[in-house]
Design a protein around this ligand. Structure first.
Ligand code: SF4
Ligand code: SF4
Length: 103
């Protein structure tokens, strides 16, 4: 069955028609792969594979796409991991711990 179009206006959608309409914000001039956010890190996540249940929640939540999957297990790419620790927070079995970054 074909869905009826609603006559209600869409709420919450903001459309910027030209560059000058955009709010002031910091932007990166480089693409994600050339911006090695690993340099920002003061702590590093370390996975204890004996506890890891391969749920891939850490992979899903990592904001820098710094977790790769190798043979069904997560691997952290330290070139891109910025040490935000979201993966540590989200891991359901506490298989990731934080270690102070060596200088
Ligand atoms: S610490 Fe942050 S950036 Fe690094 S792997 Fe975990 S979620 Fe990704
Ligand atoms: S969230 Fe934890 S248990 Fe799940 S894949 Fe990542 S390290 Fe393993």
């Amino acid at each position: 069955m074909k869905k009826q179009k609603s006559s209600k206006p869409r709420v919450g959608k903001i459309i910027f028609k030209k560059e000058g309409d955009l709010p002031m914000a910091a932007i990166s001039m480089a693409d994600m792969r050339s911006n090695k956010t690993g340099k920002w890190r003061s702590t590093r996540p370390v996975i204890d594979y004996s506890k890891c249940i391969s749920c891939m929640i850490c992979w899903k939540y990592c904001p820098d796409a710094a977790i790769n999957i190798q043979d069904g297990k997560p691997e952290i790419d330290l070139d891109y991991c910025k040490g935000c620790e979201i993966c540590i927070e989200e891991c359901p079995v506490k298989a990731i711990k934080s270690e102070k970054e060596k200088k």
